[in-house]
Design a protein around this ligand. Structure first.
Ligand code: GLU
Length: 484
């Protein structure tokens, strides 16, 4: 059997859209599952859309995600160059072949200039009146010798049908008269995406092409090109579209207004790379098992084309939170501490200094790293709160009893030298034993007094510790006064 060779063929747009990353992931999984090769090809034929540094973002993303390519611009496997702008001559050669065999023609129409320059990779030539389709040979020669600018167009059959087989969507047949004579080579000598992908996939011996289903409508034209060259087309695997949920309940193609849509942005927002990969693996593919958490290696083992679904996936940020929380909790704590550094820069100093401890509270609670700031914000948003909070049925507390406990504890806490969580817990426990209370009865007023919150990450001793002795006692004293 032929070795499986898949390719990721991004255009250097300057960021890695989640949809592109999903394509890369599936290409990678498909190849690696079969012990094949994963190839990176940079599709930069649209020079107008060139973005400085964009290729580096592609490299960085693949490296960060572990989708390591076997061949690419930086790793020649004998099929290079892997950057389309460096393959200009190759496309020209193949375009001329098609002219020779009657499957393409020179077009000198004035408007092609605008079309070629329109910046659209899938150049909209639909409706081109095919004026140059049958130009007499001598006219073509003359125009060429006069140096007239031209494009080369595909000569699509005017009747009949074209069929191709897609691994996900099955056989697809179109009437040839619904296809346009698309531009293959632009007037600047660059190929269109529609031509370059065919030539490259063939020359690079690609066996599987994974791409968004928006390319289905162009695939019959690619099929015709493969047939014209007498080449075997690769298998195509078209993927459903990733949608975003609108506030009114409808869905539309995932866009910025739905939330972060690039890989870098998700990472920036505190999602872990492994969680992102895990989640997007399931956006358009479903495993046979009733299970959702998979490492990249596990995905390689179980990935199969049969699991790819036709229905559009909806990007659900809540679900991503869920995955992320699982991955965060799985992290070794020192790794968590290290990774979180970037997200604590705006925390108050007393928390930063106690991050070793505070991070334990964070690790078990946050969905994403950017939640950290918000999670501890309540400590500084301390203001006079409703004194009714001191009343608690479960712990049989009213305001007067709460105050009594605070008065006692103020004395006890004042004398503590070792202001550490374990010691604070011990002291509070001792007091509780002495009074023959339940622990909740002691902790409730303490926690309310120093935070003003019913729910806090961590209990009374933890809150006392985080605030530090002076501030904690100041707050207790303030509430004793208020409760008078
Ligand atoms: N350069 C195309 C894109 O970024 C690639 C499509 C394909 O994989 O064929 O959308």
């Amino acid at each position: 059997m032929k070795e499986v060779r898949s390719r990721f063929a991004p255009s250097p747009t300057g960021y890695m859209h989640i949809g592109n990353l999903r394509t890369a992931l599936y290409e990678y999984l498909l190849a690696k599952h079969e012990g094949g090769k994963f190839i990176l090809r940079i599709e930069d034929t649209d020079q107008k859309r060139y973005v400085e540094g964009a290729t580096q973002i592609i490299y960085d993303t693949l490296k960060q995600t572990g989708l390591i390519h076997d061949e690419g611009p930086d790793k020649d496997g004998g099929y290079g160059p892997y950057v389309q702008s460096e393959r200009k001559d190759i496309y020209k050669k193949y375009a001329l072949k098609l002219i020779d065999s009657g499957h393409a023609y020179y077009c000198f129409c004035a408007n092609h200039k605008e079309e070629a320059d329109s910046g659209e990779e899938t150049v909209q030539t639909y409706g081109y009146n095919r004026k140059c389709r049958n130009l007499p040979k001598d006219v073509v020669e003359k125009n060429l010798s006069e140096g007239k600018s031209y494009v080369i167009r595909q000569k699509v059959p005017l009747d009949g049908t074209t069929t191709f087989h897609d691994e996900v969507y099955g056989d697809i047949t179109v009437e040839n008269n619904s296809l346009d004579d698309q531009i293959l080579l632009k007037s600047d000598g660059m190929p269109t995406y529609n031509f370059a992908n065919v030539v490259d996939d063939h020359l690079m011996e690609i066996t599987h092409v994974v791409r968004g289903k928006e390319y289905i409508s162009s695939t019959p034209k690619y099929q015709l090109l493969y047939e014209a060259f007498g080449w075997q087309p690769p298998k195509t695997v078209h993927l459903s579209t990733i949608m975003g949920q609108n506030p009114d309940g409808t869905v539309s193609k995932l866009a910025k207004r739905h939330g972060a849509v690039s890989f870098a942005q998700l990472v920036e927002n505190g999602y872990l790379v492994d969680a992102i990969l895990n989640y997007i693996a399931l956006l358009g593919w479903s495993p046979k098992q009733e299970r959702e958490v998979f490492s990249l290696q596990e995905l390689v083992e179980i990935f199969n084309i049969d699991g790819i679904v036709k229905t559009n996936a909806i990007f659900d940020y809540k679900k991503l939170d869920w995955f992320n929380q699982i991955y965060i909790q799985k992290m070794a704590h020192d790794e968590f501490v290290k990774y979180s550094q970037k997200y604590i820069v705006n925390l108050p100093d007393y928390l930063k200094q106690k991050w070793e401890f505070a991070s334990t509270l964070a690790q078990s609670r946050i969905n994403k790293f950017s939640d950290i700031q918000e999670m501890f914000a309540f400590l500084d948003q301390y203001d006079d709160f409703d004194l009714d909070l001191f009343e608690n049925k479960k712990n049989k507390l009213d305001k007067a009893q709460s105050r009594e406990i605070l008065v006692d504890l103020e004395e006890v806490l004042k004398n503590i030298k070792n202001w550490e969580v374990d010691n604070l817990n011990q002291v509070l426990q001792d007091y509780t034993n002495l009074k023959e209370y339940k622990i909740g009865k002691t902790m409730w007023p303490v926690r309310i007094a120093v935070t003003g919150q019913i729910i806090t990450p961590g209990g009374g001793a933890e809150m006392l510790y985080l605030l530090g002795k002076d501030e904690a006692l100041r707050r207790i004293n303030r509430q004793i006064e208020r409760l008078k």
